[in-house]
Design a protein. Structure first.
Length: 435
């Protein structure tokens, strides 16, 4: 009895802490860090936008583009439905739907040209994160019904042109703050309380880490630019707290379980420690000037999600055993195609397509992700020679994917999801030479 409930409660904290809460991104990655770049489906490594976002999309661009102060926000609006199989033990259960839910993701950049061939910048953005909520009546509550993860990066960046107007390199040091929260329910099937909530688990934690970022830009020909960047993984050691609340069931087992939630019990409120490794990512791409005012861009992105393999959580109290949780994430890829056209000296039109593979081994209520297709459209408007506005709309369609609703449980239905992304970036050009 105690072992059953203890395992459910521990897994509530563990899985909630270790599985990210993003809904409409590969794994928990968020790539919409500039309305200009997002309007081209994220193609920016070979031709970063002049809004300061080169700090993220290719640090080498800080030495190539004019100085800029750019700030903006992206709203990601998602909805997800889980439909049980028509046959099997759950065949008579109704579908569960979450959403629509909107999450804002901000970004801020400052870049300065420190010389004809050098530049410096500072950027703040959130490349991993978002959140996820389900109705507490959904069976997926035993995996997680209110979960969130956020990784905020602060990156000072220095860049230099090794060959004037032909070859540049940039490096950045990233200071990372990670935070998590999760809410989950636990039942006790060995007591005959399968589907009856006996505990609510709340886990929160945060921590810091450091990593690095490097980018390369090369003008291979007057009509062809090539770019590449590598953002290293970031290990974040987190300190947090696990709070366990007994939920009355109206059965004689309530009195029997109560001592487990008191001091010295398995479910005593306590401190926890864990570590989370945000994955590395590598991007390579090209930008082709098809016509004097038209550019076609292609990027390939690899993200090393296999860093989400096995993680350990240490509970403060000896009576609550530490556990290792196997996540078994796999490395994933994204293929981006974008186009940008200067329709007038003050107006740019952008569009693109993106396809990414899935990072999780299966869809769950914590992360019901799968293969996705993105369609984007955006524009840029030069209000004055220094003041610019960029906006983007993106529609995301996820392929239907079978998945489970309980930790380690069988696949008993299908997750369906889609999303809309709206974003803008306002930029004030600070001057300096650039390409």
């Amino acid at each position: 009895m105690q072992a059953s409930v203890a395992r459910a409660a521990r897994l509530a904290a563990l899985l909630g802490a270790l599985a990210p809460g993003a809904v409409m991104a590969q794994g928990s990655s968020v790539y919409t860090q500039s309305a200009c770049v997002s309007g081209r489906a994220g193609t920016g490594v070979a031709r970063p936008c002049a809004d300061g976002s080169a700090i993220f999309y290719n640090p080498a661009g800080v030495a190539v583009l004019p100085g800029a102060l750019g700030a903006g926000v992206t709203w990601i609006r998602t909805s997800t439905t889980f439909t049980y199989d028509s046959t099997g033990p759950y065949g008579n259960r109704p579908s569960a739907k979450r959403g629509p839910e909107t999450t804002p993701v901000p970004h801020v950049y400052l870049t300065l040209r420190t010389g004809a061939r050098s530049g410096f910048g500072l950027g703040v953005w959130a490349p991993y994160g978002l959140g996820l909520k389900w109705d507490p009546s959904f069976e997926g509550r035993y995996t997680g019904y209110d979960n969130g993860l956020r990784g905020i990066y602060v990156q000072p960046t220095a860049a230099v042109q090794l060959v004037p107007n032909r070859l540049a390199v940039g490096v950045g040091a990233d200071f990372v703050r990670g935070s998590i929260h999760v809410r989950r329910r636990a039942d006790a099937p060995q007591l005959g309380l399968d589907g009856t909530d006996v505990a609510d688990v709340n886990l929160e934690g945060d921590g810091h880490g450091v990593t690095g970022h490097v980018g390369l830009w090369w003008r291979a020909a007057p009509w062809l630019d090539v770019g590449a960047r590598y953002l290293h993984s970031a290990k974040v050691d987190m300190d947090g707290r696990a709070d366990f609340t007994q939920l009355p069931t109206g059965t004689p087992f309530d009195a029997l379980l109560a001592p487990q939630f008191a001091a010295g019990g398995r479910f005593e409120d306590q401190r926890v420690r864990t570590s989370l490794t945000f994955p590395p990512q590598f991007v390579v791409g090209v930008a082709v000037r098809a016509r004097p005012r038209v550019a076609v861009l292609f990027d390939y992105q690899w993200i090393g999600w296999s860093t989400f393999d096995t993680l350990k959580v240490d509970f403060e109290k000896d009576q609550t055993p530490d556990e290792n949780v196997a996540l078994n994430y796999r490395d994933a890829s994204a293929y981006r195609l974008g186009v940008e056209a200067d329709l007038t000296p003050t107006f740019q039109l952008r569009g693109g397509f993106l396809y990414n593979t899935a990072a999780t081994p299966r869809a769950t209520p914590l992360l019901p992700e799968g293969e996705r297709n993105y369609l984007t459209v955006g524009f840029g408007y030069r209000y004055t020679p220094r003041l610019h506005l960029d906006a983007v709309y993106q529609y995301i369609r996820q392929e239907d994917r079978r998945g489970s609703v309980r930790p380690g449980g069988p696949e008993v239905g299908v997750y369906q999801a889609d999303a809309s992304v709206f974003g803008f970036t306002v930029t004030y050009r600070l001057g300096g030479t650039g390409n």
